[in-house]
Design a protein around this ligand. Structure first.
Ligand SMILES: NC(=O)c1ccc[n+]([C@@H]2O[C@H](COP(=O)([O-])OP(=O)(O)OC[C@H]3O[C@@H](n4cnc5c(N)ncnc54)[C@H](OP(=O)(O)O)[C@@H]3O)[C@@H](O)[C@H]2O)c1
Length: 205
C-alpha cells in the first residue's frame, strides 16, 4: 500500500555559479564524468531497510530532459522515472518503473499512490520543470553542483535561490553527506580544467 504522506521534492542541478546556466542546444554545456557519477549515486542511494527492502528513489523530469539522456542510459536504472509531457501518449518502452504523466500535479499524485515505497523524490530538470516545481511548497531542498567556470548556455535554472531574501540557506557538505547517505567529494572538485563544488540548500522554515 502507498502512504499518502506529503511528498518532499529535492531538485538536483548542475549549473554555472555565475548565471545558473544549465543547458545548451538541448544538451549539457559540459561533459563531467565524475559529476555524472555523483548524480547517479545520489539519486539512486537508498538506505538498507529490512521493513522496506523494495524502497526506491524517484526522478521527475521534463520530456526534453528525458530525450537528452542517451537511449542506452534511459530509463535511469534503479529509480522510478516519471516523464512529464502534455502529449497524450509517449513511447517509453516496455520497462518497469517508468511513467508518463501530463502535468506536474499528476506526477505528484502518481508518486503518492505508487505501491513502491519511496525514499527520496528528485526533480532532475530541465528548466521548465525546475521552474514549475520550485513554485511548489513541496520543493524544500536543492542539491546544487556549483560550477566555477563559465560555459555558454541557452537554458537557465530559475529562480536564483542564492539571492538574499530568497528564503533558501546553504548547508554544510557534512549535512549534505548525512542527508544523502553517501560519501561525497568535499571542497572543490577538479575535473580537467573545470572546478565545481557539491552544495545543499534548504528552504527556511
Ligand atoms: N545542468 C543540469 O543539471 C540539467 C538537468 C536537466 C536538464 N538540463 C538541460 O536542460 C535543457 C532542457 O530543459 P527544457 O526546459 O528545455 O526542457 P524540459 O523541462 O526538460 O522539458 C520541457 C517539456 O516538458 C513538458 N512540460 C514542461 N512543463 C510542463 C507542464 N507544466 N505540464 C506538462 N508538460 C510540461 C513539455 O513537453 P511536451 O512538449 O512533450 O508537451 C515541455 O516541452 C537541456 O539543455 C538539458 O540538457 C540540464
Amino acid at each position: 500500500m502507498s502512504s499518502s504522506k506529503p511528498l518532499s521534492l529535492t531538485h538536483v542541478v548542475a549549473a554555472t555559479s555565475s548565471a545558473l546556466g544549465i543547458g545548451k542546444s538541448g544538451g549539457l554545456p559540459w561533459r563531467l564524468r565524475k559529476e555524472m557519477a555523483y548524480f547517479a549515486k545520489i539519486t539512486t542511494a537508498v538506505p538498507a531497510s529490512p521493513s522496506q527492502p523494495s524502497a526506491m528513489n524517484a526522478v521527475i523530469m521534463g520530456r526534453k530532459c528525458w530525450e537528452s539522456i542517451p537511449l542506452k542510459f534511459r530509463p535511469l536504472k534503479g529509480r522510478v522515472n516519471v516523464v512529464i509531457s502534455r502529449a497524450e501518449k509517449m513511447e517509453l518502452g516496455e520497462v518497469e518503473h517508468v511513467y508518463h504523466v501530463r502535468s506536474l500535479p499528476a506526477a505528484l499524485e502518481l508518486l503518492q499512490k505508487l505501491e513502491t515505497p519511496l525514499h527520496h523524490v528528485f526533480v532532475i530538470g530541465g528548466a521548465q520543470i525546475y521552474n514549475a516545481a520550485m513554485a511548489l511548497p513541496e520543493s524544500n531542498r536543492i542539491l546544487f553542483t556549483a560550477i566555477e567556470n563559465d560555459f555558454e548556455c541557452d537554458t537557465y535554472f530559475t529562480p536564483d535561490f542564492r539571492k538574499e531574501g530568497s528564503g533558501w540557506e546553504k548547508k554544510t557538505q557534512e549535512e549534505l553527506e548525512q542527508w544523502a547517505g553517501v560519501e561525497i567529494g568535499k571542497g572543490l572538485v577538479n575535473e580537467g580544467d573545470v572546478k565545481y563544488e557539491y552544495q545543499m540548500w534548504e528552504r527556511r522554515e
